[in-house]
Ligand binder design. Sequence first.
Ligand SMILES: [Zn+2]
Length: 130
Amino acid sequence: MGVTHAARSRSRHQAFRSIRRQLLQDQHLLLRQAASWAPPATESELPADVLDIATCDRDLALDDLMRQRAYLRLQQVNRALSRIDQASYGICHLCRADIPLPRLRAQPDATLCLECKTECEHRALLRTGA
Ligand SMILES: [Zn+2]
């Protein structure tokens, strides 16, 4: 079984390399975009959810919304890039299962498998609903 595991782990690391290449491309693009505007002064000034602004602040220009979104995406890319070299990358923080590659490609900074994420969201929903 050791051989099988090694082969599987090797193919995952090849996939991580291709995800990293994609992340670096995204980072390059986003940084070029960001060069034309200044990011928010501090992270705390960033709204937790871009959608909240869209609904709460109708006066906010679409341009600002695009900036916020690009800035949040850049943070996500940077987070993923800093994690991808760690041995724990791609492993669910809760159940220690391998996070499926399609999920990592869609959300490279994911730290939970879909089951655990769904479970967490469900619990959060129960908390807010109570
Ligand atoms: Zn999990």
